[in-house]
Design a protein. Structure first.
Lengths: 121, 107
């Protein structure tokens, strides 16, 4: 079965960076795009960006353009999301979410369990 | 970017009620619209895609309709498991924006 298992919760200081991993299994890793979505406490869902797992191409939401980097490791079927210059506004649960089907314009059929990132001095 | 606006933001209803949530796009997204359900502490779950297609395993009391800029999610008879927050998402034109969510509460 399809599984997306994310790394554990972290506490970071303002100005630091964080790198969250999403290890996948149960399907052909390079066939499906992966997205990252975050959710601040009590708030809605916010799309951060997408990575093509085959070629590693990325597209980021404008809000995160200069602070986020998404990468993938095809040897371990893992995707990563690194966010730099953290502020308290970045405290949120971060999710990886897999495209439902082999296409660009598709919703998410599978989600990771979420990773809580807390930014605090 | 295409903006998605959901209404209402909160909805109070009773078990057995028919519930409708609306989602409007700032420009046409044809039928590239999905609905998700999220309960506290859990990742969202896909309910409907392509505006009206029910995801496998989702109860038939959920239905979706619309195209272009206006869409609706309907729950025909609200069940206890349905008290949750619902999000629409457009996935057209290399953008995957969400609506702000609608919380369905117990009346």
């Amino acid at each position: 079965q399809v599984q997306l298992v994310q790394s554990g919760a972290e506490v970071k200081k303002p100005g630091a960076s964080v790198k969250v991993s999403c290890k996948t299994s149960g399907y052909a890793f390079t066939s499906f795009y992966m997205h990252w979505v975050r959710q601040a406490p009590g708030q809605g869902l916010e799309w951060m960006g997408i990575i093509t797992t085959s070629g590693g191409d990325t597209r980021y939401a404008e809000k995160f353009q200069d602070r986020v980097t998404m990468t993938r490791d095809t040897s371990t079927s893992t995707v990563y999301m690194e966010l730099s210059r953290l502020t308290s506004d970045d405290s949120a649960v971060y999710y990886c979410a897999r495209a439902r089907q082999v296409a660009t314009s598709t919703p998410y059929g599978y989600w990771g369990q979420g990773t809580l990132i807390t930014v605090s001095s | 970017d295409i903006q998605m606006t959901q209404s209402p933001s909160t909805l109070s209803a009773s078990v057995g009620d028919r519930v409708t949530i609306t989602c409007r796009a700032s420009q046409s997204i044809t039928n590239s619209l999905a609905w998700y359900q999220q309960t506290p502490g859990r990742a969202p779950k896909l309910l409907i895609y392509k505006a009206s297609i029910l995801e496998s395993g989702v109860p038939s009391r959920f239905s979706g309709s619309g195209s272009g800029t206006e869409f609706t999610l309907t729950i025909s008879s609200l069940q206890p498991d349905d008290f949750a927050t619902y999000y629409c998402q457009q996935y057209n034109k290399y953008s995957w924006m969400f609506g702000q969510g609608t919380k369905v509460e117990i009346k």
